[in-house]
Write a protein that binds this ligand. Structure first.
Ligand SMILES: O=C(CO)COP(=O)(O)O
Length: 139
């Protein structure tokens, strides 16, 4: 599965802790992140992560483009609801695309815990079926 990891500045430590706690699960998957988030997680955990641009420089949009291609299976995006972001439209667009493509999205630790356990249990297998159908349509 392809998983995106994103956190606003005040939430980055939370996502580093989460990634450390669930490293054994995350390392079984293809990981993607916005620039600074990916750097902090890979430094702390040693996980291999494909890093896009930093969020304010277009990273959210790059991840959004993968979602629009049905290439992203889960998004963990620890937003900071108390700080204005210069790229708020990009944040909103990313969350909107998750809803357009029914991509599981966790915007806080509580939901992320549920998603990661569900992932491990096989609850996201339906994503493989959707992707294989999308592939057939594109053939
Ligand atoms: O701003 C972000 C998401 O909207 C995160 O970007 P960085 O991981 O580069 O800090």
């Amino acid at each position: 599965m392809k998983i995106a990891l994103i956190a606003h500045d005040k939430k980055k430590n939370d996502l580093v802790q989460f990634s450390t706690a669930y490293k054994s699960i995350l390392e079984q998957h293809d990981l993607y992140a916005t620039g600074t988030t990916g750097l902090k997680i890979s430094e702390a955990t040693g996980l291999q992560i494909h890093r896009f641009q930093s969020g304010p420089l277009g990273g959210d949009q790059e991840i959004g483009a993968m979602i629009a291609q049905n290439q992203m299976d889960m998004v963990i995006f620890f937003r900071d609801p108390l700080t204005a972001q210069p790229h708020e439209p990009d944040v909103t667009a990313l969350i909107r695309l998750c809803d357009v493509y029914a991509v599981p999205l966790a915007t806080n630790m509580g939901t992320a815990e549920v998603l990661i356990h569900g992932l491990q249990r096989g609850d996201l297998f339906w994503r493989e079926i959707i992707k294989s159908r999308t592939g057939e349509q594109n053939d």
